[in-house]
Design a protein around this ligand. Structure first.
Ligand SMILES: *Cc1c(COP(=O)(O)O)cnc(C)c1O
Length: 382
């Protein structure tokens, strides 16, 4: 890409890759993101930095789907990856490539989960991590960065402010800039989410994919994966309709989509419980919007109240404790079903980007305290 300051995107010789990147060959390889090596930027397998990136499950949501009027609703649960979020995909590949390039230290701004993942993989690679995050980031993310031995600072501001501090540190100390889309390799890792879901859908794509948009890299990655598979003749030309899901308190992509723009503008006073998507202006916004327009997709904002309510409902109906960002995608699917934008029999895939276990600040009703000699009184009906 030519505009200065805009993202770089990795390209491959797809013709050469297609010789070994075949359905049969893939099926015989390990069930991890490393099976897609021809289309990953890590040349020497010795540089792979791994914490055990397994395939994540595609979970049918029959009970909740029935309640919401969608009979083929499923969820890809990325909360089971190392460090509890799909950021592990970007970090595994991004850090491996950094190691291959001889990087000794990197710096990055984060809202939380990316910092946790990059700190862990960085340490595993013997690379020093310098991380700046908003002081309001979840406590667990601060803890996991410190526990992984990273150098951590908090900023009295948003991720965009953290980004400016990192840019100054990069200029002064020559750190490798691991900010989203300033290095082109984490998207290559996140792309594997797309390859994986295509394999899980038996080499096809669902009708609708809903993704919670922060920096937008996950959605851009899935889109890129699908385009690469199509270019290699491994997938039909049809695209899934992509849905960008944001919170009402921070919805720059939705605002741009509604105004038919190709780029978003900075969202003032951004706030939402879904911290991973509290990004007021994404560097890759134009790529997200392109994927939405190309696929006949949509962009939709949901309220924090509906996110929290849906998070509880998903737990109660399906036994899954997912993160608020993931719950936002189901809340959005429900709204789009109500508007008939989603049809009852559409194959709808929601991406859960992280584990609910990383968000212990959920409020629950007060629990009854028993004495050791108590007997339980069970209300009939519940
Ligand atoms: C980072 C993050 C997102 C947003 O992902 P992007 O690829 O940056 O758009 C969503 N959910 C969680 C839990 C995250 O950590």
């Amino acid at each position: 890409m030519s505009r200065c300051g805009s993202p770089l995107v990795a390209r491959y010789d797809l013709f050469a890759a297609a010789k070994t990147f075949t359905r049969a060959n893939l099926a015989a390889r390990e069930a991890s993101l490393w099976r897609y090596s021809e289309l990953l930027p890590v040349r020497d397998p010795a540089n792979r930095v791994s914490l055990g990136e397994q395939f994540t499950p595609l979970v049918p949501m029959r009970v909740l789907g029935d309640e919401l009027g969608m009979d083929r609703l499923s969820l890809k649960d990325e909360g089971l990856l190392p460090t509890g979020s799909f950021k592990a995909r970007g970090a595994a590949v991004g850090v491996s490539r950094a190691r291959e390039l001889g990087v000794r230290a990197f710096a990055m701004p984060t809202n939380g989960n990316a910092g946790g993942a990059w700190a862990a993989y960085g340490t595993r690679a013997g690379i020093e991590a310098y991380i700046v995050m908003p002081k309001s980031a979840p406590a667990i993310n601060k803890v996991e960065c410190v526990m992984a031995g990273a150098h951590v600072w908090l900023v009295d501001g948003l991720i965009s402010d953290a980004g400016k501090i990192v840019a100054r540190a990069v200029a002064e100390y020559g750190f490798y800039d691991a900010s989203t889309l300033k290095e082109p390799y984490r998207i290559e890792g996140k792309k594997t989410l797309g390859f994986e879901l295509v394999e899980q859908f038996a080499w096809s794509v669902p009708d609708v994919i809903l993704y919670p948009i922060g920096g937008g890299v996950g959605l851009i990655g899935i889109y890129k994966a699908i385009r690469e598979l199509q270019a290699m003749g491994l997938l039909e030309e049809r695209l899934p309709r992509f849905v960008a899901v944001q919170a009402e308190g921070c919805a720059p992509i939705v605002r741009a989509f509604d105004a038919h723009q190709n780029e978003s503008t900075f969202w003032n006073d951004a706030h939402t419980v879904a911290f991973g998507i509290n990004v007021p202006k994404a560097l890759g916004d134009f790529l997200v919007l392109e994927a939405l327009y190309e696929s006949g997709g949509a962009a939709i904002a949901v309220s924090d109240a509906s996110i929290i309510e849906m998070q509880r409902r998903i737990g109660e109906s399906e036994g899954l404790f997912i993160c608020p960002e993931g719950a936002a995608t189901i809340a959005a699917a429900y709204e789009l079903r109500r508007r008939d934008w989603i049809a009852p029999h559409d194959r709808v895939l929601a991406i859960n980007t992280g584990s609910g276990l990383k968000y212990p600040e959920v409020t629950i009703p007060e629990l009854e305290l028993l004495q050791p000699d108590a007997t339980l009184r069970i209300d009939s009906g519940k």
